[in-house]
Write a protein that binds this ligand. Structure first.
Ligand code: ANZ
Ligand code: ZN
Length: 824
């Protein structure tokens, strides 16, 4: 039997505008506690999806992250929380400048135009944002607080300037961000990128290295791999600093080593060729050779330089270092396999136990001396360094000790001599935040010929970007702001003399390191964020975003949070309590790109299948953290499922919820329970599979007896539609309406699984006393032996049959039989 509604086509577009209007009128997505404490007792839940960069319209990747974030926000709302699901734009950054150069626009109008397009797309996708939070990092009202924080950091010695190697394109005559260097070449013009030393601004994140590690204890709800990546990036090594005297030089040189136990095996000494130290140590007769080598080194990137398989090269500097433990003379070399900015930029080379040192020794014909016996063959013969633990050999008074004891003993001896100590070293570098770019936050510093660096007084913030009179295309290595001559010239705040503004702008990671603090009150003017908003909503309960931000963005946000905490501005040290990563949307096994011609256009997908089917497809394809290959999924399958839900809702004729067929109710409540558990575990794809299963169960019931009039069918269909609203919000409203209910389904909450309906059917257990049947019990099929024994012994009938006799034994065969054997 089919009802007439079965023939109506499901139109995924028909009612979207209607529901958007209803949601807006009823303010269903507005957090009630945003502006004042409403005291309704609901727990607050702050669900933040990483904010978008307005590079154009929303793309498939956006649709995925916001579908995930929206499902989690809607679930939290349905289960009784006061939810804040905010939105803003990460609207500074380089693509705006490149696009502006190509199209002869200004970066601002390109950016704000894209923001409007994206905002409209978000609306049409039905994402449940509270639009009152909306902020744009390129607004002066926002970026003034970047400047305010910069000044705070500057005052505290956490912001400073120093010369640092940067990527330089000799053709475009400009500094490039790391992201603009593609395989060693300039992204724009393809020229080979060079390294140059330029004066740059830094945030001293290294001062927080240990705390960034320690506080990971609080991040139990973060993915393990993200924590691992952060730990590796911080790169804590324990070892020793050892001091080497240089022959004919007053100042000694320090090295960092993780293996002080191998000190007797040092046969030469290497300094980073591009470190000042190398230049300093170079003997006059070696200078020509050294400088020729340096030119070659400069061209290589750090990654190339550290590659294990790179042939080792270097030059002898004509000097000797003295090994502090045995007085041996070690020749000093400069090489590019030692990095200038790690440790001290100098190493004691132990070729027997470090492969890079061994390769260098072989290349230069230097001696190899084994000092740790690991049980493996002698590296001098095999060419394979032995890096493992073992017993010290050839190590003077320390010979015979094992690696661990030997380390401690040699450090103690160096300490006694005043030539070394145990130390910790971090791979983490300070955060290079200056960019020689236009579309970013101006650095609030004024350079005065007499006073030097002078901070812009707080009352003069924001330092606004000039809107005209600048040349966007960098020329002769001049940053765009250097061409804004009117803007540039300012009186010195200290002496009043002629001075000039700093022409660098901030890395956009600065903008995104604290935006989530401002959302609760984005118009706040007394500080970067409203302390009341912080008290109500922060830290972020649930943060959703791509794995590509696993390291830098999250590390910077954690760092800034700690800095603000230490100044008494925040009551917590970690900003994100729970982190959910999403994978990428790819096509035929490859990242989507214009050049590959495999771009899937989101708007076309929405036009073809409707917003709900696109969202369901994204979430059903796999766990949130996996990549989705759009070639393998089926939005038309999602459309079919949603159409079945709609048809089912139209077929229900029972008018009151509750009761009805017990068996159907049991199935429904078991599926509600399973879906709830899956949602709590963020297993969204499996949760959707359960809802599909529920649809099938209900369809069968509707087609059977008692059929459409069964109140249990109505109960099940209403539960289905309520749960569906997390994933397919428009269809859920359509279904709710078809069920004869009034909008909005969102206001009816998540269905509750009744515990007594969750008992999976029961079996009859026979209880005997001395082999005679005395009672029958209805029990769960998976009841434990202990529970069954206790239940049987509690039976009044068993008690009566025993007539006071003591029990000799109880034989339990769960779930069907218990035999109680009395004492004779
Ligand atoms: C002697 C030695 C013997 C080392 C041995 C290792 C094994 P991690 O663990 O990554 O911290 N090193 C120190 N500074 C360096 C630099 N600027 N560039 C390249 N290498 C550098 O690595 C620390 C080890 O890397 C240090 O310990 C040093 O070599 C090298 F059997 O010292 B070792
Ligand atoms: Zn001055």
């Amino acid at each position: 039997m089919q009802s007439s509604s079965a023939n109506e086509a499901y139109d995924p577009h028909a009612n979207t505008e209607k529901w958007l209007g209803v949601w807006q009128d009823r303010k269903v997505f507005e957090a009630s506690d945003l502006t004042a404490d409403t005291g309704d007792g609901r727990p607050r839940r702050y669900v933040v999806s990483m904010f978008p960069y307005p590079s154009g319209d929303l793309h498939m990747g956006h649709a995925e992250v916001y579908s995930i974030g929206d499902a989690l926000a809607r679930y939290a709302r349905l289960t009784g929380a006061d939810v804040l699901n905010p939105i803003g734009w990460d609207s500074f950054g380089l693509p705006a400048e490149n696009a502006a150069l190509r199209r002869n626009l200004d970066p601002g109008s390109w950016t704000y135009g894209n923001i409007d397009v994206q905002a409209e797309s978000f609306r049409r996708l039905g994402i449940s944002f509270d639009w009152r939070t909306r902020l744009h990092t390129s607004d002066p009202e926002y970026y003034r607080w970047n400047q305010w924080m910069f000044l705070l950091m500057y005052r505290e010695g956490l912001a400073y300037r120093k010369a640092a190697p940067v990527n330089w394109c000799p053709n475009d005559q400009t500094v490039l961000a790391n992201e603009q260097v593609v395989q060693g070449k300039c992204e724009r013009c393809g020229a080979e990128v060079e390294r140059r030393n330029l004066t740059q601004w830094f945030y001293r994140i290294t001062q927080y290295a240990q705390r960034l590690l320690d506080d990971m204890d609080q991040l139990g709800k973060w993915p393990e791999d993200v924590l691992r990546m952060q730990r590796n990036w911080i790169g804590r090594s324990t070892g020793a600093r050892v001091q080497f005297t240089i022959e004919d030089r007053d100042e000694p040189v320090q090295v960092f080593t993780t293996r002080p136990d191998t000190l007797f095996g040092a046969t030469f000494f290497v300094v980073a060729a591009d470190a000042e130290l190398a230049d300093d140590l170079c003997a006059p007769e070696q200078r020509g050779e050294f400088e020729a080598y340096l030119v070659k080194t400069r061209a290589a990137t750090d990654i190339e330089r550290l590659a294990a398989d790179r042939p080792k090269t270097g030059v002898f500097l004509g000097r000797y270092a003295i090994n502090p433990i045995n007085g041996e003379k070690l020749p000093v070399y400069a090489s590019d396999y030692v990095l200038a900015d790690y440790g001290t930029g100098a190493v004691m080379a132990v070729p027997a136990h470090d492969q890079r040192d061994l390769d260098f020794a072989v290349a230069m014909g230097l001696p190899v001396r084994m000092v740790v016996d690991t049980g493996e063959a002698d590296p001098a013969e095999t060419g394979v360094a032995t890096a493992g633990l073992g017993a010290l050999v050839n190590s003077g008074q320390f010979t015979g000790q094992d690696t661990v004891a030997g380390k401690a003993a040699i450090i103690a001896e160096l300490g006694r001599l005043g030539l070394g100590e145990a130390t910790v070293n971090y791979r983490l570098r300070d955060w290079l935040l200056s960019r020689q770019r236009y579309w970013g936050t101006p650095i609030p510093i004024i350079h005065c010929p007499s006073c030097g660096e002078v901070p812009v007084p707080e009352a003069d913030l924001p330092v606004r970007l000039p809107e005209s009179g600048y040349e966007l295309r960098p020329t002769d290595g001049r940053a765009p702001l250097e061409s804004a001559t009117d803007w540039l010239a300012v009186p010195c705040p200290t002496c009043g003399g002629a001075a000039r503004r700093d022409t660098d702008t901030m890395d956009t990671f600065v903008d995104s390191s604290w935006y989530f603090l401002r959302y609760p009150n984005p118009g706040y003017t007394d500080g970067p964020f409203d302390p009341e908003g912080i008290r109500r909503w922060l830290p972020v309960a649930e943060y959703i975003g791509g794995k590509e931000h696993a390291i830098l963005h999250l590390l910077y946000a954690r760092f800034i949070t700690k800095v603000l905490h230490d100044r008494g501005l925040l009551p917590f040290v970690e900003p994100f309590t729970r982190l959910t990563n999403q994978g990428q949307v790819i096509m035929n096994g490859k990242a989507m790109s214009k050049s590959l011609g495999n771009l899937v256009n989101l708007q076309e997908q929405i036009a073809d299948y409707g917003p709900d089917a696109v969202r369901v497809t994204m979430l059903f394809a796999g766990p949130p953290e996996d990549d989705i290959d759009w070639a393998d999924v089926s939005p038309s399958g999602a459309v079919k499922w949603l159409a079945r839900v709609i048809r089912l809702a139209g077929d229900v004729t029972a008018s009151s919820p509750g009761e009805g067929s017990l068996e159907l109710r049991r199935q429904v409540h078991r599926l509600i329970d399973a879906t709830t558990t899956l949602m709590d575990g963020r297993r969204l794809n499996v949760a959707i599979a359960r809802l599909m299963e529920l649809t099938t169960v209900l369809r069968k019931a509707a087609d059977g007896t008692p059929g459409p009039a069964d109140p249990a069918l109505r109960e099940g269909a209403e539960a289905l539609v309520r749960m569906l609203s997390c994933f397919a919000p428009f269809t859920a409203e359509d279904g709710w309406e078809r069920l004869g209910r009034t909008a909005s389904v969102i206001e009816h909450g998540w269905p509750h699984a009744e515990p007594e309906l969750l008992v999976v059917e029961s079996v009859t257990c026979v209880v005997q006393v001395a082999g005679k049947v005395r009672d029958r019990l209805e029990v769960a099929p998976d009841i434990s032996e202990d529970d069954l024994r206790a239940l049987a012994l509690a039976s009044a009938k068993v008690d009566r049959a025993l007539a006071g006799a003591a029990i000799r034994d109880v034989i339990v065969r769960a779930p069907r039989l218990v035999n109680v054997i009395p004492q004779k």
